[in-house]
Design a binder for this molecule. Structure first.
Ligand SMILES: [Zn+2]
Length: 83
């Protein structure tokens, strides 16, 4: 089973689901018996969730996209027009 150092070192890889099955079991086993590491895991898992949530909400507003498109259209109809 992993010890605290190893668990904390592998925490992000664990959260990203990029560990081998054996390593994951080892970390899971340690988290099951170590409150300190479990709290660290909870904190980072929560953080990851918040960041993911925030990124999804930070998409460009539709009105802004429309404004940018209008600006580009104005440019095409302006001085740069050919013919
Ligand atoms: Zn621990």
């Amino acid at each position: 089973m992993a010890d605290c150092n190893e668990t904390l070192r592998e925490l992000h890889t664990f959260l990203d689901d990029e560990l081998s099955e054996a390593a994951r079991h080892s970390i899971e086993g340690h988290l099951g018996g170590c409150l300190d590491c479990l709290q660290a895991y909870d904190f980072h898992a929560e953080l990851k969730l918040v960041i993911r949530e925030k990124c999804r909400n930070d998409e460009l507003p539709a009105g802004l996209v429309a404004r940018i498109e209008r600006c580009l259209d104005d440019d095409l109809d302006g001085d740069g027009r050919i013919g």
